[in-house]
Design a protein around this ligand. Structure first.
Ligand SMILES: Cc1cc2nc3c(=O)[nH]c(=O)nc-3n(C[C@H](O)[C@H](O)[C@H](O)COP(=O)(O)OP(=O)(O)OC[C@H]3O[C@@H](n4cnc5c(N)ncnc54)[C@H](O)[C@@H]3O)c2cc1C
Ligand code: SF4
Length: 324
């Protein structure tokens, strides 16, 4: 591992002021479960690491009016087990419960989970300079791509690796971001970016910005949600395909739907076409199938991942029918 300076920030202000304007200058660390791996493997070699763990008041899950607010340093395990989350956001607590292993869920923070870097094997190989790392080629396009994107992957075909980000998107979460001049809040759908907008990064964060909080509106009465994840191994594995579905129901009639695919695209992929197939309709085998088919409209499989298209249709249908 390359030598680096270590800053133990005592406040959010100190953290953002310690970061630089260049990604190689400094990296922010939550639990370090992703960052340290990248540094050990020379995938990312910042000169400085700014550790957030000593910053007070960034670890909480609390209700504020109709919002549930989650501090950036809250562990994934706490999100999994918290009763406020379980009772309001079943799809989020289920997604958190399926992240990695108990050790990683205890160590990993919720902000680190949504900000983790891609798992594309070419990206994770320090000897390969692919497009995302400033090189000239996407090696997945012509190489091994069985886990890569079937939607939204123009230029780079990573899938976003975070399970919790998929559920947060289904609940219209907002992300609070601190920067040297103050803070701002954005909708989660504005937070993640496609390769066509930024080929090198997965979200809008600048090198000297950090996530401080994720807030989620409490769903309207009658809302039910679920999360399904397909893994190659039974546990401790990233998703091959995932889906979070949240439905506001009146009996079996769907008033509002959110359907978000995970491991389908470089961002958590909200499928508006699938949602339209459900809203205003009674949920049954037929409508669930139509939504499932619509969930992958415009898919563009690569040489080795066409199997994922049918997989998504299956889990979308299963998730919808689970809720009625
Ligand atoms: C073997 C293994 C299996 C895994 N399986 C899964 C899985 O199934 N599902 C899943 O979702 N994840 C999985 N992960 C990823 C794991 O969940 C992440 O490593 C973890 O969530 C990262 O959290 P952290 O706090 O340790 O982040 P760190 O390692 O500290 O940081 C991760 C990235 O986020 C940035 N970052 C951290 N905190 C902030 C912040 N507050 N603001 C801005 N940027 C920040 C860092 O600079 C870094 O780039 C797996 C990881 C491993 C090693
Ligand atoms: S999919 Fe993206 S990260 Fe992977 S090789 Fe292609 S450009 Fe690089």
């Amino acid at each position: 591992m390359k030598n680096f300076a270590f800053v133990r920030a005592r406040s959010v202000k100190e953290a953002v002021l310690s970061l630089g304007t260049d990604w190689n200058e400094a990296a922010v660390m939550g639990g370090g479960t992703d960052l340290i791996g990248e540094m050990k493997n020379y995938v990312h070699t910042p000169n400085k690491v700014v550790n957030l763990r000593a910053v007070p008041d960034l670890k909480y899950i609390k209700q504020d009016g109709n919002l549930i607010k989650i501090g950036a340093l809250t562990s994934i395990a706490a999100v999994e087990t918290d009763t406020l989350i379980k009772s309001n956001f079943a799809a989020l607590s289920k997604a958190a419960s399926l992240v990695a292993s108990p050790q990683l869920r205890n160590m990993g923070t919720i902000a680190g989970n949504i900000c983790q870097r891609p798992r594309c094997w070419y990206y994770r190989d320090s000897g390969i300079e692919c497009l995302r790392k400033g090189g000239r080629l996407c090696y997945a396009m012509v190489g091994e791509n069985k886990y890569h994107a079937v939607l939204g992957g123009l230029g780079c075909y990573i899938v976003h690796p975070s399970d919790t980000a998929v559920s947060f998107t289904a609940f219209d979460a907002k992300i609070k971001i601190a920067h040297p001049d103050g803070e701002k809040e954005v909708n989660i759908e504005e937070f993640f970016v496609l390769p066509e907008d930024d080929l090198n990064r997965e979200n809008i964060l600048k090198p000297n910005e950090i996530v401080t909080e994720i807030s989620v509106p409490i769903p309207e009465n009658g809302t039910k949600s679920t999360f399904i994840k397909v893994q190659e191994r039974g546990v401790w594995d990233f998703a091959v395909a995932g889906v979070a579905v949240s439905l506001k129901l009146d009996g079996n009639r769907c008033d509002k739907a959110r359907i978000v695919l995970g491991a389908a695209a470089p961002i958590p992929w909200r499928s508006l076409d699938a949602e339209k197939e459900l809203e205003g309709r009674t949920i049954n085998e037929e409508t669930a199938q139509r939504a499932a088919d619509a969930s992958v409209y415009n898919n563009m499989p690569m040489t080795g991942n066409a199997y994922k298209v049918q997989l998504f249709k299956n889990i979308v249908k299963r998730a919808i029918l689970e809720l009625v």
